[in-house]
Design a protein around this ligand. Sequence first.
Ligand code: MG
Ligand code: ZN
Length: 377
Amino acid sequence: MNLIKTLLSILSVVLFTGCTTTVNKNEPEQIAQSAETKPLNIILLIGDGMGLSQVTASFFWGENQNAFQRFPHVSLIKTSSSREKITDSAAGATAFSAGIKTYNGAIGVDDNIKPVETVLEMAEKKLQKTGLVATSSITHATPASFFAHVERRSMEEEIAKAMAGSGVDFFAGGGLKFFHHRSDQTSLLPGLIDAGYELDTTSLGSQHDISKKYAYLLDSTGMPRMLDGRGDFLPNATKQAIDYLSQNEQGFFLMVEGSQIDWGGHGNNAEYLKTELLDFNNAINIALDFAEKNGNTLVIVTADHETGGYTLSSTPKTGENGLPYSDYNEITGTFSTGGHSATLIPVFTYGPGSEKFQGIYENTGIFDKMLEIQGWK
Ligand code: MG
Ligand code: ZN
């Protein structure tokens, strides 16, 4: 009897070990998660216009560690807005920030133009620190939907007015012209300083004191393109924001946007798209490196919609016989539209609560799950 028991236990150890080895072999790059179920911090990274083909580009052209490969959980969202089958970035971001379906162009307001509380505002109430980083102007649709409530996304000067009272502790991006030398001849910069912000319009700092707030407005409108030498602004601002926000004992909420993946798609410019995507990949790696060490941070990577109808198509060529053929060894990025598309969008999650993101659900589910996981519902 004892012998049988011993044999069984040896067998189960062998089986268990064998099983573990097989799983690891198939998924070598995923990172181990801690046993925490409720995250202290949430980092939401939005690749504007980043559909599955855009993500796939990182596997063909990325030179650095592939960030997407590191996530243990992947799911899909439907992105239609309240009145249109194809969303824009305003309705798309408001679905994430406030959990509602609203009309294209709406910034933090519902279908009746009524303001809706955002996850960032809720985090502020819970004494968390909050941050926004974008490569567009900080008043652009995606970041704006987390701190402002206006009828139309084009009202960037109005959106800028909301910043000083928003509670956002750290923000970095472009958009200086909506704060300074405005069409109404006023400047909002003194108001930011009065609200306690350390303001810099030239470069990102590297030392941040948790008792202060930081405002980085580093370009007039959007930040430069990667193709025009933006350098490491996005990963660096992500790192600076995390280093600063993570000093807070009550935790933090940070939204990071790779804004210009969308602009490369609108321009049907494959090089523009690729370089912005790879830069966003590096920012995701910064967030994951922190989350892995910290063990108490939920990282969510997704997009508001796909832009350009981008496809990793084969290159059309003409053979020696004069007949056309498709070269399956060479990918040419092609586009089907200068606008957005309705394709399902991937969601990548890591950290406590990440397993709640599964299956196919509406984009508002991102907000619902963040609240549920935090116990804020
Ligand atoms: Mg955007
Ligand atoms: Zn767009």
